[in-house]
Design a protein around this ligand. Structure first.
Ligand code: IDP
Ligand code: MG
Length: 136
């Protein structure tokens, strides 16, 4: 049975800064995702804190929010078969050191904090995160 989903992808400041947006977009497209909407934005620290609030108890929360608001990001709605899980697989492990060959984080990630991309981790969170950036 088919299971078309949408998920939110963010190209983080480290990758936007290195002009990797087109290359990362083409990886998604080659892997069967449709980019339904996208925009380049620069969010405030308050907005980043709201977006990442599930992590508010973590020791890295403040740095994480500072980082996501430190420069432009490129946000996308990706659509495809099992898009949430498929995007997570294509991204690779959170720490690029542990990411599998040919994943986006292995190819482009610099460190656990500058790991180039964000992807929703469940269909429910995907809906919330898409709504956060693309209010309809
Ligand atoms: P994910 O991005 O693979 O879903 P999460 O656990 O949701 O990973 O963490 C969100 C982001 O917080 C990660 O992408 C990473 O940039 C950062 N992060 C996660 N764990 C650590 C850590 O131990 N130290 C510093 N930053 C971290
Ligand atoms: Mg996560």
């Amino acid at each position: 049975m088919s299971n078309t989903e949408q998920t939110l992808s963010i190209i983080k400041p480290d990758a936007v800064e290195r002009n990797l947006v087109d290359e990362i977009k083409s990886i998604f497209q080659k892997n069967g995702f449709k980019i339904k909407d996208s925009k380049k934005i620069h969010i405030t620290k308050d907005e980043a804190s709201e977006f990442y609030k599930v992590h508010q108890s973590k020791p890295f929360y403040n740095d994480l929010c500072s980082y996501l608001s430190s420069g432009p990001i490129f946000v996308m709605i990706l659509e495809g078969e099992n898009a949430v899980l498929k995007n997570r697989e294509l991204m690779g492990s959170t720490d690029p050191k542990n990411a599998s060959e040919n994943t986006i984080r292995k190819l482009f990630g610099i460190s656990i904090d500058k790991n180039s991309v964000h992807g929703s981790d469940s269909p429910d969170n995907a809906k919330k995160e898409i709504n956060f950036f693309f209010k309809s």
